[in-house]
Design a protein around this ligand. Structure first.
Ligand SMILES: Cc1cc2nc3c(=O)[nH]c(=O)nc-3n(C[C@H](O)[C@H](O)[C@H](O)COP(=O)(O)O)c2cc1C
Length: 273
């Protein structure tokens, strides 16, 4: 792990520095950018894949259910939900969730556009999954190959083991253990930094937020429960994923699972009780 030697006691100053150094200032921006350039033809690779994956699961064309609620009902009904049933998601449901977050919906030749917006259309965010209860998928750690639209199995593990890892990574939040699947989003920094320099350290978080909201809206439309998780152990997550935590690091988590009913008030007790 390639961590910098900083004193955590100075977090206020360090965070203020980060905010300041990633701010745009009319007085200086033009001058700074005169010395910078971005060559789209020589940009970093947009698509990550694991050629040595244990198995590849083609996802195919996602098929929305025939009777989906309209957007306004989905917006009205979205609520964070954590009280998951011990029932699997179908692979078709997972496919729709993945498509809502990262699906390619436009092709401009040398780059593609997706369901969720991305700063500069650079798409620095990768999707890893703790697959726990999904029909047709062995439990384990997976990565989404966006271009091939396949899941890559990086590790198969018994349900209890992968669920425990997910729960531990997510600061011991029990709903992560009981989820059908936990999403863990990461940023490949150079994709965004090559163009946006310091500002990229803001964009990757915003990109992740856009992706996560698409997940929640799709989950709501499918009658599934979902919740974002900003609380996770970064270092443990990086170790689990085998990424360095500096050039490639985690940006957000979310759980999804089957739920019993619509009573979100009862569900909130899990968080608060
Ligand atoms: C960035 C972010 C991080 C969050 N982190 C967590 C979390 O770690 N655990 C959790 O149970 N809920 C988490 N939530 C969900 C919030 O608690 C929830 O959105 C909030 O209580 C409002 O409720 P609602 O989403 O049902 O409208 C997070 C939400 C966001 C947007």
């Amino acid at each position: 792990m390639n961590e910098r030697n900083v004193d955590p006691a100075n977090w206020r100053e360090i965070c203020a520095d980060y905010h300041q150094v990633t701010s745009y200032d009319r007085a200086t921006l033009e001058e700074i950018w005169e010395e910078r350039s971005y060559d789209r033809d020589n940009r970093p690779e947009t698509y990550l894949s694991y050629p040595d994956a244990l198995a590849r699961v083609p996802l195919g064309q996602p098929e929305p259910p025939p009777a989906a609620p309209d957007l306004w009902a989905v917006l009205r009904n979205r609520r964070s939900k954590r009280d998951y049933l011990d029932q699997p998601l179908s692979l078709a449901e997972l496919n729709l969730l993945l498509w809502a977050t990262q699906g390619i919906t436009g092709d401009l030749g040398d780059y593609q556009l997706r369901t969720a917006p991305s700063s500069g259309a650079l798409y620095p965010i990768e999707t890893f999954l703790f697959v726990q209860r999904v029909e047709g998928l062995e439990p384990g750690l997976y990565h989404l190959d966006v271009k091939a639209w396949e899941l890559e199995a990086l590790r198969h593990e018994p349900l209890e083991q992968i669920s425990t890892t997910a729960c531990e990574v997510a600061l011991d939040q029990e709903h992560a253990r009981r989820a059908g699947v936990n999403f863990l989003w990461t940023a490949v920094m150079e994709r965004c930094r090559r163009k946006y320099y310091e500002r990229a350290w803001r964009y990757v978080w915003w990109d992740s937020g856009h992706i996560a909201e698409n997940l929640h809206l799709a989950a709501t439309a499918l009658g599934l429960g979902s919740v974002s998780m900003g609380a996770w152990y970064d270092r443990q997550a990086h170790e689990v994923l085998g990424i360095d935590g500096v050039e490639h690091f985690t940006t957000l988590m979310a759980s999804v699972g089957k739920i019993g009913g619509e009573d979100w008030r009862a569900d909130r007790r899990i968080e608060e009780g």
